[in-house]
Design a protein around this ligand. Structure first.
Ligand code: SF4
Length: 300
């Protein structure tokens, strides 16, 4: 019995390590597809084409050499979908060990620092890092999703309290559209564009930002089940790509790869639009585990 538990823990650690490796080094297929489409769109001998070529070369090299797509590991966000009665503390310990191992093996660069001292213990673990989110589900098996959320792109995230008078943006979808486009204009390609936007309409300041990030777990080619939001998502991408900001702000036709919009209930007193931006190094992956905690399916 003890041996069986030991094996399950070992398998879990190995599966998490592989999840971290693939998340850090391989762009998911849905993202690769839109990057290639963007590459085709840019005109020859332009800075935009040059920037997209470099991005595509980095993607290929990282996969081939199993090395991180970017020197910025980003915040390690782990979402755990688990059956009832799951031991969260034990999972956290196994996961932290896997993060340390992934860092030592070079799958993750060492860039989580103590916020007060600035000290980097070179292990990528500390208060609030990795970031865990536990969600109970009715299945017997475990599903894990991992996102590495870059710091540069996090810096150009935004949150608007509506109405936003400066832009004459009200508490409706037309107002939401105005502030999203404003955030794109303000970013001007900073945060390593082109990337994708995750948006949340509503919630409070905390839950709104969280839900905005969750939108980035959706596949880029999915369709929002709410027709008004599906229409707005398409409109934002189309409009953003006419702004001429382009990859890294070099000009061109690709400013945004995708836009995903969700919503949460809000209080009558407040109406937030929360915006999370994910750079071209769009690192997210997910796994389904079998009863032995081995990977049975990749989710992206
Ligand atoms: S924003 Fe993204 S591409 Fe830019 S340095 Fe950070 S992780 Fe890398």
């Amino acid at each position: 019995m003890a041996k069986k538990k030991e094996n399950l823990d070992k398998n879990l650690g190995d599966s998490i390590l592989e999840l971290l490796r693939i998340t850090s080094t391989v762009i998911p297929d849905d993202v690769q597809k839109v990057v290639l489409e963007a590459l085709k769109r840019e005109a020859k001998n332009t800075s935009a084409k040059y920037a997209m070529d470099i991005i595509q070369a980095n993607i290929k090299l990282a996969k081939m050499k199993s090395q991180p797509l970017c020197q910025d590991t980003g915040t390690i966000i782990i979402k755990v979908y688990h059956p009832p009665g799951f031991m969260q503390q034990k999972f956290k310990k196994i996961c932290e060990k896997a993060v340390v191992k992934a860092t030592k093996l070079g799958y993750l660069r060492q860039n989580s620092v103590d916020s007060l001292t600035g000290k980097n213990d070179s292990m990528n673990i500390g208060p609030g890092h990795p970031q865990f989110h536990f969600i109970e589900h009715n299945k017997k098996s475990l599903e894990l999703k991992c996102m590495l959320k870059g710091g540069g792109c996090e810096n150009v995230g935004a949150q608007y309290a509506m109405p936003f008078v400066e832009l004459d943006a009200g508490r409706d979808l037309a107002g939401v559209r105005k502030v999203i486009l404003d955030a794109i204009q303000k970013a001007q390609g900073k945060g390593c564009g082109p990337g994708a936007l995750g948006i949340c309409i509503g919630g409070d300041r905390g839950s709104g930002q969280m839900h905005a990030k969750e939108q980035l777990l959706r596949k880029l080619d999915d369709t929002n089940p709410i027709p008004e939001l599906a229409k707005l998502e398409k409109d934002i991408v189309k409009t953003a790509n006419k702004l001429g900001i382009g990859p890294m702000g070099f000009g061109g036709k690709t400013t945004l790869l995708a836009c995903k919009i969700g919503h949460l209930n809000r209080l009558p007193a407040s109406y937030y639009v929360s915006i999370s931006y994910m750079c071209w190094a769009f690192r997210r992956q997910g796994i389904k585990l079998d009863k032995n905690n081995k990977i049975s399916k990749w989710l992206y």
